[in-house]
Design a protein around this ligand. Structure first.
Ligand SMILES: NC(=O)c1ccc[n+]([C@@H]2O[C@H](COP(=O)([O-])OP(=O)(O)OC[C@H]3O[C@@H](n4cnc5c(N)ncnc54)[C@H](OP(=O)(O)O)[C@@H]3O)[C@@H](O)[C@H]2O)c1
Length: 232
Protein backbone atom coordinates (compact mmCIF):
# COMPACT_ATOMS: atom_id res chain seq x y z
CA UNK A 1 0.00 0.00 0.00
CA UNK A 2 1.61 3.24 -1.18
CA UNK A 3 -0.89 5.63 0.39
CA UNK A 4 -0.66 5.03 4.11
CA UNK A 5 -1.95 8.46 5.11
CA UNK A 6 -5.33 7.96 3.45
CA UNK A 7 -5.28 10.66 0.83
CA UNK A 8 -8.64 11.32 -0.82
CA UNK A 9 -8.65 11.76 -4.58
CA UNK A 10 -11.57 12.80 -6.83
CA UNK A 11 -11.58 11.46 -10.41
CA UNK A 12 -13.98 12.70 -13.09
CA UNK A 13 -15.20 10.38 -15.85
CA UNK A 14 -14.02 7.23 -14.09
CA UNK A 15 -16.68 5.01 -15.67
CA UNK A 16 -14.62 4.15 -18.76
CA UNK A 17 -11.43 4.78 -20.70
CA UNK A 18 -8.47 6.50 -19.06
CA UNK A 19 -10.46 7.58 -15.99
CA UNK A 20 -11.49 4.03 -15.15
CA UNK A 21 -7.90 2.78 -15.48
CA UNK A 22 -6.61 5.64 -13.30
CA UNK A 23 -9.23 5.00 -10.61
CA UNK A 24 -8.52 1.26 -10.58
CA UNK A 25 -4.79 1.93 -10.14
CA UNK A 26 -5.32 4.51 -7.38
CA UNK A 27 -7.62 2.10 -5.52
CA UNK A 28 -4.96 -0.65 -5.77
CA UNK A 29 -2.48 1.79 -4.25
CA UNK A 30 -4.73 2.45 -1.28
CA UNK A 31 -6.06 5.91 -2.08
CA UNK A 32 -9.57 6.78 -0.89
CA UNK A 33 -11.61 7.62 -3.95
CA UNK A 34 -14.53 9.86 -4.82
CA UNK A 35 -15.61 9.22 -8.40
CA UNK A 36 -17.82 11.46 -10.52
CA UNK A 37 -19.71 10.44 -13.64
CA UNK A 38 -22.79 11.46 -15.56
CA UNK A 39 -24.25 8.04 -14.72
CA UNK A 40 -22.77 6.95 -11.37
CA UNK A 41 -24.46 3.52 -11.72
CA UNK A 42 -21.80 2.79 -14.36
CA UNK A 43 -18.99 3.20 -11.80
CA UNK A 44 -18.02 -0.38 -10.99
CA UNK A 45 -15.97 -0.13 -7.75
CA UNK A 46 -16.00 -1.49 -4.19
CA UNK A 47 -18.30 -0.07 -1.51
CA UNK A 48 -15.56 2.05 0.10
CA UNK A 49 -15.48 4.21 -3.01
CA UNK A 50 -17.83 7.21 -3.01
CA UNK A 51 -19.66 7.78 -6.27
CA UNK A 52 -21.49 10.95 -7.27
CA UNK A 53 -23.20 12.42 -10.28
CA UNK A 54 -21.04 14.91 -12.16
CA UNK A 55 -21.89 16.40 -15.53
CA UNK A 56 -19.32 18.94 -16.69
CA UNK A 57 -22.07 21.10 -18.16
CA UNK A 58 -24.05 21.35 -14.91
CA UNK A 59 -24.01 24.60 -12.92
CA UNK A 60 -24.46 22.77 -9.60
CA UNK A 61 -22.86 19.30 -9.83
CA UNK A 62 -19.30 20.46 -9.03
CA UNK A 63 -20.13 22.02 -5.66
CA UNK A 64 -22.49 19.15 -4.80
CA UNK A 65 -19.80 16.53 -5.54
CA UNK A 66 -17.15 18.41 -3.55
CA UNK A 67 -19.56 18.88 -0.60
CA UNK A 68 -20.49 15.17 -0.64
CA UNK A 69 -16.80 14.20 -0.71
CA UNK A 70 -15.93 16.40 2.28
CA UNK A 71 -19.00 15.18 4.18
CA UNK A 72 -17.98 11.55 3.58
CA UNK A 73 -14.17 11.68 3.98
CA UNK A 74 -13.59 14.98 5.81
CA UNK A 75 -10.94 16.22 3.38
CA UNK A 76 -9.79 16.27 -0.27
CA UNK A 77 -6.13 15.86 -1.26
CA UNK A 78 -6.31 15.61 -5.02
CA UNK A 79 -8.45 15.96 -8.14
CA UNK A 80 -7.85 14.14 -11.41
CA UNK A 81 -9.53 16.16 -14.17
CA UNK A 82 -10.11 13.43 -16.72
CA UNK A 83 -13.56 13.68 -18.33
CA UNK A 84 -13.45 15.16 -21.80
CA UNK A 85 -14.85 15.05 -25.32
CA UNK A 86 -13.36 14.99 -28.80
CA UNK A 87 -15.49 16.62 -31.50
CA UNK A 88 -14.30 17.70 -34.93
CA UNK A 89 -14.38 21.47 -35.32
CA UNK A 90 -11.88 22.65 -37.90
CA UNK A 91 -10.79 25.91 -39.42
CA UNK A 92 -13.34 25.62 -42.23
CA UNK A 93 -15.98 23.13 -41.04
CA UNK A 94 -17.63 22.37 -37.72
CA UNK A 95 -20.66 23.57 -35.81
CA UNK A 96 -20.99 26.26 -33.16
CA UNK A 97 -22.82 23.70 -31.03
CA UNK A 98 -19.84 21.30 -31.07
CA UNK A 99 -17.46 24.17 -30.31
CA UNK A 100 -19.62 25.14 -27.32
CA UNK A 101 -19.61 21.52 -26.09
CA UNK A 102 -15.80 21.27 -26.37
CA UNK A 103 -15.45 24.47 -24.36
CA UNK A 104 -18.08 23.45 -21.78
CA UNK A 105 -16.74 19.95 -21.11
CA UNK A 106 -12.98 20.37 -21.63
CA UNK A 107 -12.54 23.77 -19.99
CA UNK A 108 -15.55 25.20 -18.11
CA UNK A 109 -16.46 21.94 -16.34
CA UNK A 110 -12.94 21.39 -14.93
CA UNK A 111 -12.76 25.08 -13.95
CA UNK A 112 -16.04 24.80 -11.99
CA UNK A 113 -14.81 21.65 -10.26
CA UNK A 114 -11.48 23.20 -9.27
CA UNK A 115 -13.16 26.39 -8.01
CA UNK A 116 -15.35 24.24 -5.75
CA UNK A 117 -12.44 22.07 -4.55
CA UNK A 118 -9.81 24.82 -4.09
CA UNK A 119 -10.43 25.56 -0.38
CA UNK A 120 -10.09 21.87 0.51
CA UNK A 121 -7.07 21.38 -1.77
CA UNK A 122 -5.32 24.35 -0.16
CA UNK A 123 -6.19 23.16 3.34
CA UNK A 124 -4.62 19.77 2.54
CA UNK A 125 -1.10 21.25 2.49
CA UNK A 126 -0.18 18.72 -0.20
CA UNK A 127 -3.09 19.20 -2.60
CA UNK A 128 -2.67 17.79 -6.08
CA UNK A 129 -4.42 18.40 -9.40
CA UNK A 130 -3.59 16.12 -12.30
CA UNK A 131 -5.18 17.44 -15.47
CA UNK A 132 -5.47 14.98 -18.38
CA UNK A 133 -5.04 17.48 -21.17
CA UNK A 134 -3.48 16.27 -24.45
CA UNK A 135 -0.55 16.76 -26.76
CA UNK A 136 -3.22 18.73 -28.66
CA UNK A 137 -2.82 21.25 -25.84
CA UNK A 138 0.81 21.71 -26.93
CA UNK A 139 0.58 21.72 -30.72
CA UNK A 140 -1.90 21.46 -33.61
CA UNK A 141 -1.51 18.28 -35.69
CA UNK A 142 -4.20 19.18 -38.22
CA UNK A 143 -6.46 22.20 -38.97
CA UNK A 144 -9.44 19.84 -38.52
CA UNK A 145 -8.49 19.52 -34.85
CA UNK A 146 -8.64 23.25 -34.15
CA UNK A 147 -11.63 23.20 -31.75
CA UNK A 148 -10.31 20.31 -29.64
CA UNK A 149 -6.78 21.75 -29.58
CA UNK A 150 -8.12 25.16 -28.53
CA UNK A 151 -10.05 23.59 -25.63
CA UNK A 152 -6.95 21.65 -24.57
CA UNK A 153 -4.72 24.75 -24.80
CA UNK A 154 -7.24 26.37 -22.43
CA UNK A 155 -6.94 23.31 -20.21
CA UNK A 156 -3.15 23.81 -20.10
CA UNK A 157 -3.74 27.40 -18.99
CA UNK A 158 -6.03 26.12 -16.24
CA UNK A 159 -3.24 23.83 -14.99
CA UNK A 160 -0.78 26.71 -14.80
CA UNK A 161 -3.33 28.99 -13.12
CA UNK A 162 -3.81 26.36 -10.40
CA UNK A 163 -0.02 26.10 -9.93
CA UNK A 164 0.39 29.83 -9.58
CA UNK A 165 -2.61 30.32 -7.29
CA UNK A 166 -1.96 27.39 -4.99
CA UNK A 167 1.82 27.19 -4.78
CA UNK A 168 2.25 28.78 -1.34
CA UNK A 169 -0.29 26.41 0.22
CA UNK A 170 1.47 23.31 -1.16
CA UNK A 171 -0.98 22.79 -4.02
CA UNK A 172 0.77 21.33 -7.07
CA UNK A 173 -0.75 20.81 -10.53
CA UNK A 174 0.50 18.66 -13.38
CA UNK A 175 -0.80 18.52 -16.93
CA UNK A 176 -0.54 14.98 -18.31
CA UNK A 177 -0.53 15.40 -22.09
CA UNK A 178 -0.99 12.12 -23.95
CA UNK A 179 -0.85 11.41 -27.64
CA UNK A 180 -3.24 8.74 -29.01
CA UNK A 181 -4.55 6.51 -26.20
CA UNK A 182 -6.37 3.26 -26.85
CA UNK A 183 -9.91 4.21 -25.71
CA UNK A 184 -13.37 4.62 -27.29
CA UNK A 185 -12.62 8.30 -27.90
CA UNK A 186 -10.28 7.47 -30.78
CA UNK A 187 -11.75 4.13 -31.90
CA UNK A 188 -12.02 5.53 -35.44
CA UNK A 189 -8.48 6.97 -35.53
CA UNK A 190 -5.72 4.71 -36.83
CA UNK A 191 -2.17 5.36 -35.66
CA UNK A 192 0.35 5.99 -38.45
CA UNK A 193 1.84 2.85 -40.00
CA UNK A 194 4.21 1.09 -37.63
CA UNK A 195 3.05 3.20 -34.67
CA UNK A 196 0.69 2.26 -31.84
CA UNK A 197 -1.80 3.75 -29.39
CA UNK A 198 -0.72 4.27 -25.77
CA UNK A 199 -2.36 1.75 -23.40
CA UNK A 200 -4.55 3.50 -20.76
CA UNK A 201 -2.45 1.73 -18.10
CA UNK A 202 0.54 3.87 -19.16
CA UNK A 203 -1.50 7.01 -18.50
CA UNK A 204 -2.44 5.57 -15.11
CA UNK A 205 1.33 5.19 -14.47
CA UNK A 206 1.84 8.89 -15.31
CA UNK A 207 -1.03 10.05 -13.10
CA UNK A 208 0.05 8.02 -10.07
CA UNK A 209 3.62 9.31 -10.52
CA UNK A 210 2.45 12.94 -10.56
CA UNK A 211 0.18 12.44 -7.54
CA UNK A 212 2.92 10.84 -5.46
CA UNK A 213 5.60 13.51 -6.01
CA UNK A 214 6.52 15.53 -2.92
CA UNK A 215 5.82 19.28 -2.75
CA UNK A 216 9.53 19.88 -3.40
CA UNK A 217 9.52 18.05 -6.76
CA UNK A 218 6.75 19.53 -8.83
CA UNK A 219 6.39 18.54 -12.49
CA UNK A 220 4.27 21.03 -14.46
CA UNK A 221 3.79 19.04 -17.65
CA UNK A 222 4.24 15.39 -18.59
CA UNK A 223 4.23 14.89 -22.35
CA UNK A 224 3.41 11.25 -23.08
CA UNK A 225 3.93 10.00 -26.60
CA UNK A 226 4.13 6.58 -28.24
CA UNK A 227 5.90 7.88 -31.32
CA UNK A 228 8.70 10.24 -32.23
CA UNK A 229 7.56 13.80 -32.91
CA UNK A 230 10.49 16.12 -33.40
CA UNK A 231 8.84 19.14 -31.78
CA UNK A 232 7.54 17.32 -28.69
N1 LIG B 1 -7.94 8.75 -26.03
C1 LIG B 1 -7.01 9.61 -26.45
O1 LIG B 1 -6.35 9.41 -27.49
C2 LIG B 1 -6.69 10.84 -25.63
C3 LIG B 1 -5.50 11.53 -25.92
C4 LIG B 1 -5.19 12.69 -25.21
C5 LIG B 1 -6.03 13.12 -24.20
N2 LIG B 1 -7.20 12.43 -23.94
C6 LIG B 1 -8.05 12.96 -22.88
O2 LIG B 1 -8.20 11.98 -21.88
C7 LIG B 1 -9.43 12.19 -21.19
C8 LIG B 1 -10.18 10.87 -21.10
O3 LIG B 1 -10.49 10.44 -22.42
P1 LIG B 1 -10.68 8.91 -22.84
O4 LIG B 1 -9.71 8.63 -23.91
O5 LIG B 1 -10.73 8.03 -21.63
O6 LIG B 1 -12.13 9.03 -23.53
P2 LIG B 1 -13.47 8.20 -23.37
O7 LIG B 1 -13.19 6.75 -23.25
O8 LIG B 1 -14.32 8.70 -24.49
O9 LIG B 1 -14.05 8.72 -21.96
C9 LIG B 1 -14.48 10.04 -21.82
C10 LIG B 1 -14.98 10.24 -20.41
O10 LIG B 1 -15.43 11.60 -20.28
C11 LIG B 1 -16.78 11.58 -19.79
N3 LIG B 1 -17.57 12.71 -20.24
C12 LIG B 1 -17.86 13.10 -21.50
N4 LIG B 1 -18.69 14.16 -21.47
C13 LIG B 1 -18.92 14.45 -20.17
C14 LIG B 1 -19.69 15.43 -19.48
N5 LIG B 1 -20.46 16.34 -20.14
N6 LIG B 1 -19.68 15.43 -18.13
C15 LIG B 1 -18.96 14.52 -17.44
N7 LIG B 1 -18.24 13.55 -18.03
C16 LIG B 1 -18.22 13.53 -19.37
C17 LIG B 1 -17.35 10.28 -20.34
O11 LIG B 1 -18.54 9.96 -19.62
P3 LIG B 1 -19.80 9.21 -20.37
O12 LIG B 1 -19.47 7.74 -20.33
O13 LIG B 1 -20.97 9.60 -19.55
O14 LIG B 1 -19.85 9.73 -21.78
C18 LIG B 1 -16.18 9.34 -20.08
O15 LIG B 1 -16.15 8.95 -18.74
C19 LIG B 1 -10.18 13.27 -21.98
O16 LIG B 1 -10.02 14.51 -21.34
C20 LIG B 1 -9.47 13.28 -23.32
O17 LIG B 1 -9.56 14.53 -23.98
C21 LIG B 1 -7.54 11.30 -24.62
Amino acid sequence: MLNPDGRVIMVSGANRGIGKEVAKRLREQGYSLSLGARQPSKLDFDDAVLTHVWDATSATDSQAWVDATIKHFGHIDGVVLNAGVLLEVGLVEGSDEDLDTLWAVNFKGPLKLIRAALPALQASGHGRVVNITSLAGKRLLSPNGLGYAASKHASMALTHAIRQFGWDSGLRATAVCPGLVDTEMVDNVDPPTGQFKIPPSAIADSVTYALALPNEASVAELLVNSRLELSI
